[in-house]
Design a binder for this molecule. Sequence first.
Ligand code: MEV
Length: 444
Amino acid sequence: MRDEPRVLPRNFRKLTAEQRLQTLRDTYDLSAEELQMLGYRGNLDLSEIMTESAVGFLALPMGIAAGIPVDELLYDVPLAVEEPSVIAAATYGARILRGAGGIHTWASEPVMTTQVYLSDCPEGSVEKLRAAESQIVAEISPVLAAMQRRGGGYRGMDVELLQDLAVVRVQIDIDVRDAMGANLLNSTAEQAVPLLESLSGGRKVFAILSNAAPKRLAGAEFHAPLSRLRRGKLVGRPLAERIVLASRIAECDPMRAVTHNKGIMNGISSLASATGNDTRGLEAAVHAYAARTGSYASLTSYRIEAGPHGEDVLHGRLEAPLVFGVVGGAVGIHPGARAALKVLRKPGAMQLARIAAAVGLAQNFAALAALVSEGIQAGHMRLHATRLAYIAGARGDLIEKVAARLSLGGVYNIETAASMLRDISGEQPTGTADPSESAQKTEV
Ligand code: MEV
C-alpha cells in the first residue's frame, strides 16, 4: 500500500500562529532558515488579521518607477513585482514621454455595481421592481449613510429579465469614493434582498458585487512629436509607424492582445500590489473590458496624427476600468502599502487610478518601442544575468561584476556564472546554488 503524504491537521486554522509554524515545520520538514523566511516573525500578528491560517508574509521586491509624468506632476511610483524588467520599462517609457509633452490622464467617478439575482419571479415582477426604486433606495440607505456623507452613495438602479434563465437581475450602482468598495457593495446587495424578494415574489439566487466595473474608468494619453522618438537605430516616423502597426496587430489579433495587455498590467498590477489593492478584482475588470466587443483586444491604441505645431505626433491612448482604493481592505492595514501611498503623496482613489493609467501606458509604449526595434530579450537577459550571479553565490558588488561578464559572454547558465565568480573572487562560491536548478540548464 502507498504511504499517504502527510498533510496539515484539520484544526490547523484554529492553532495559534506559533503553533501553526511549528506544525508546518514538522509536517513539511522545513529548516529553521525556511521557517524564518516564511514566518517573518515580526509581522505574524498583522498577517493573522489579513489572512486565515496565516504563517507569515511573502515579501515581494518593491522598487520605485521614478519620475512618471501624470498631467502637470511627476510621481515616484512604488511597484511591487518579481519581474526584473518591469520598473526598467516603466521608467524608460516615462523618460521618453516626459520629454515629449508628458502624459495626460482622466478618471470617471468611482461608480461600482452590485447585483441581486432572483429566480421564480412571477410575471410582472420586473415592472414592480422598477416602480419601487424609491422604496429600495430607502431600504439600502442605512448601509450607504456613511458613504453618502463622504460624497458617494446611491447612483442608480437597473432591473432586467434574463430571458433564457427566467432570472431577474437587479443592479444597483454606488459611488464608493476612495474605497475599492467590495464590502459596501456586498452589504448593500444583501440588505436589499428581503425587500426585493417580497416586491418581486421571487427567490434570491445570490447577492454580490460585480467586479466588472465598466463605469469606473481611467485613462491616459500622450501626443509625442515624432522627432522626440528614438529607440536604438529606429528614429522618428519609422519608429512611430512600427509602433502603430504593432498596436493594430494587438487590436485585431487576440493571441497578441493577451501579451500586449499583460505588459500593460505589469505596471498596473504591480502598483496594485504595492498599495495593498485587490489585484484579482482589478485584473478581472480589465480583461473583461478588453473583451467588451466580443473579441479580446488591446487596451491601448496608437495613431500618427497632425500635431498642433506643424509636426506630426504619435498619439498613444489607454483606457480601462482601474479599480483602486486608498482606504479600507488591506490598504489601511498593511504598513508597506501605507508607506507606498505616502510616496505617492496620498492620492485619492481617482488620482491613484490616473497614476496607474499613466504607468500602464508608459509601460506599454516602452515594450512596443523595444519589440519593434532590438527586441526585449537583450535587456531581459542583462537583468537575468544578475539573478544567475546571485544563485551562483555572488553577493555585494560581485553580483554586478559576474552579471557584466555573463552579458559579455552571452551564455546564461549557473555553471558559467559560478565559474566566472570563481575567476573574479579567486575562491569557491559560497552561495545557495540549487543543484536541481543548475541541472535544468537555464541557458537560452
Ligand atoms: C513582458 O513581461 C511584457 C511584454 O511581453 C509585453 C509585450 O509583449 O507587449 C514585453
